[in-house]
Write a protein that binds this ligand. Sequence first.
Ligand SMILES: [Zn+2]
Length: 344
Amino acid sequence: MNDMEFFIRTMPKVELHVHLEGSVQPETFLTLAKHHHIALPADSIAGLREWYRIRDFNRFIEIYMAISNCLRTTDDIELLTREFLISQAEQNIVYSEVTFTPYNQFLNCSLDMHEQLNAVNRVRAWGEHELKVRMGVIVDIPRERSANAGIEIARFVVDRFGDGVIALGLGGPEKGNPPSKFQQAFDIVDQAGIPCVIHAGETDGPQSIWNAIVAAKARRIGHGVRCTEDPELVDYLKATQLPLDVCPTSNICLGVFPSLEEHSLPKLIESGLSVTLNSDDPPLFNTTLTDEFLSAGMCFTWDALLIKRLVLNALEVSFLSESEKRSMGQRFVEDFSRLESSRS
Ligand SMILES: [Zn+2]
């Protein structure tokens, strides 16, 4: 392991764009399917990995829905959350903002959304105590659902805000489901002073990002990597420093860019935009946040200064309070210096 790899693996990290359901380990997915007598297109780890060779968004949604369909009890939700936090702790990801879509599990098997969140919260408390890692929950609207479903989810978010819930999200198939479809839902959370984070500019173009800004007053954009197709939008994002959660491996798996070399990430950084690095759905894309730093760092020849800046920016644009950001930031800077002096 060279010095930079050691630094990346051990440095403290923050992750802002990672999906709870999309973090299920293949072994756990198979176990849950077997337990609930649900047939999957594969019944082995190798078979699942083959099925995971995702090349388009439709296949991705199919896999995502199959995972959701195997989450049928609060014990399943606890197991999923526990394994997620263990994986974050192993990477020294001390704080995560995790997108969770309880509405899918509610539709599949009437699993109550409050009970699902209670299960997540039990494990969240355990993770803070036992693993010393923290998480906040972004409850998202699956955008293929109706505007009324969006309203129901927005009301749930208002009801549970502060009890683990930190924001309302919007995910799922972007094309044909613009943020404005959920205008009423966004208005409900806006009136309660709750922020929105919106997937946009991934499978759809700049217009989708503009729509997220106007309709949802998005406080962060999930992906946003196609903003480069509209110079005016790039100027706007630079001026406002509206953060983009960038997930390079996910984008390549889903065909947004043909390769990492051709990803817009270096251009976003050079243009002075606020970006963070994320894994999205790590096992589905055979990645982790650590891997994202390693592969992007190598591909774009990043130095430690830029890597540290990306970590600190994730902390800065998170939904933690200003005092939490300051104290965590202080600890990060101390850890960075200790790690750097230990390798010199
Ligand atoms: Zn995502």
